[in-house]
Design a protein around this ligand. Sequence first.
Ligand SMILES: [Zn+2]
Length: 242
Amino acid sequence: MEAPEALKIKRAHCNGCLGLRKQFILGETKWRSGSVVAAGYEFEYHRCLFALKCCGCDHFNIKEEGYFTDIGEEPSGDPEYENYYPSKMFRKLPGRSSFHSLRKHAHIYDLLEEVIHAYHGEHYRLAGMGLRSVLDYVLTDILEGDKGFQEKIDWMVEKGHISQRDKSTLAKFIEIGNAAVHRGFAPSQEDVDILLDYAMTFLRNFYDFDASLAEIHGRVPPSAPKLPKLPKSRTPSDGSAA
Ligand SMILES: [Zn+2]
């Protein structure tokens, strides 16, 4: 997009780039939303809405900012709060078609999408609970049967799907999810990032890598034919030297 001189630039989060970027302000509106009294003083409350277009990736973003000012003053400086519509996104879920053999298990991908929505909405406990459920569905699907978590983890090892080392990691993941469900554990965004990384890798391992690596492997050029062995070279010691 060209940069018409009339358009101002603002730094804001871009849901296309998944980070803070310079953006064209396509439109903005500001209004006094009311007043509040705190500690004996009356403040005005302002809301500002910005329609933005990322200078880097052209993605459209809507940002709302809220300011408190003295009566009659214009808002300035850093906002008291900010919102994005939709919420800020920090990671993208691979497309449904990326998980080749997950296509017949739509409910697993659907739940994963809901987990990502909870994550971007800063509902980290819900995201943790949801990820535990995703892995529960996956284990039931792989084992073609249901049981308690501990039994299913043991069966995963027994059937050779995971190693003893994987078993220990998977048990930790499930225990964190259980703590979010039953013991009020509130994971941070960073915690959920790691849980998401683990769950995505688990899904890739069981629903994707076989097919996607086979597809890439099919495009690998064949090896060049091997050259025949050279005949043993003659040396002065065998009497052939001039
Ligand atoms: Zn962008």
